[in-house]
Design a protein around this ligand. Structure first.
Ligand code: CUA
Length: 315
């Protein structure tokens, strides 16, 4: 049994190796027999063809042996498949919501985040769905993968065996931002997880607005550090000039509060030049919208200047 960072990985690996080993043995045996027959029954040695007598015993062996071998391969696959498909009753449920192009993880206490945090040594059950098109949730290091389908609940389960940070990918082409649809899985010691699970606010930045951007999956397409992703960055956006297409006409406007609100509520109203009109409408309450816009304002031009001036003053 091979050990991996999760309970499932080793099982998949073991099955895979057994099947590969069987295939390699067969390949060598069949090829060797073939070469031997070519040599033995070459024309120089047997110029005239002879009738071959039927050998019942040999035929039975050649039927039963491959059947046993194939059923053996099926058995190893089936046992592990059964284990992987059936989560233990006490597994901690976490809702996984896929959308173009981000992942959202919702815990039982209502906590929602864009990074999947789990305790090491405790089974976790992911209950998955999609808000738009078909996506596929994949943790390569854990060897687990399952589709997220709108209107359907699918599931996966695992038990993290080691602490660490692992990649989560979308592995079903789901549109323009597919390659950006990534997230992180953080397997933490159980005590650390409980501490994180118990706290209300996301520690990073401590901002409600930032927490909402993470929870709603906005950061799947937008960044807060100035980098370009599927959509424009939020850094330096507020208060600056932005060229947009409104009703098929290009215009340059100031990114004020009204613009930010409109861009969340009605993403297709003003489309920023150089970016495709693909942002989905997200369910956001009025209060959430205020928090988000409030946070975006702190990332605005003034903030940027202040940071630069701060640096200059420091030097
Ligand atoms: Cu979601 Cu590809």
């Amino acid at each position: 049994m091979i050990l991996g960072p999760s309970n499932v990985g080793g099982k998949i690996e073991t099955s895979f190796l057994i099947i590969t080993a069987a295939c390699v043995v067969l390949l060598i045996a069949v090829t060797a027999t073939m070469l031997a027959f070519i040599w033995r029954y070459r024309r120089a040695r047997s110029p005239v063809a002879e009738d071959v007598e039927e050998k019942l015993g040999l035929e039975i062996v050649l039927t039963v042996l491959p059947t046993v071998l194939v059923l053996g391969m099926f058995y190893f696959g089936w046992v592990d498949f059964d284990y992987i498909r059936n989560p233990p009753k006490d597994a901690m449920p976490i809702d996984v919501i896929a959308r173009q192009w981000s992942w959202s993880f919702k815990y039982q206490n209502g906590r929602q985040t864009d990074t999947l945090r789990v305790p090491v040594g405790e089974p976790v059950k992911l209950i998955m769905t999609s808000e738009d098109v078909t996506h596929s949730f994949f943790i390569p290091a854990y060897r687990i993968k399952e589709d997220c389908v709108p209107g359907l609940k699918t599931h996966l389960w695992f038990n993290a065996d080691q602490t660490g940070t692992f990649d989560i990918f979308c592995t079903e082409y789901c549109g323009l931002g597919h390659s950006h649809m990534r997230a992180k899985l953080i397997a933490m010691p159980a005590a650390d997880f409980q501490k994180w699970y118990g706290t209300k606010e996301e520690a990073e930045g401590g901002s409600k607005g930032l927490e909402l951007l993470q929870a709603k999956g906005c950061l799947g397409c937008h960044t807060t550090d100035g980098a370009r992703k599927v959509g424009p960055t939020f850094r330096g956006l507020y208060g600056g000039k932005v060229t947009v297409t409104t009703n098929a006409k290009e215009r340059t406007i100031t990114a004020d509060e009204a613009y930010l609100e409109r861009s969340v509520r009605d993403p297709g109203a003003d489309v920023v030049k150089g970016f495709p009109n693909i942002m989905p409408k997200l369910p956001v309450s009025d209060e959430e919208l205020r928090e988000i816009v409030g946070y975006l304002e702190t990332l605005g031009q003034d903030d940027d200047h202040a940071r630069r001036n701060g640096h200059a003053a420091h030097d």
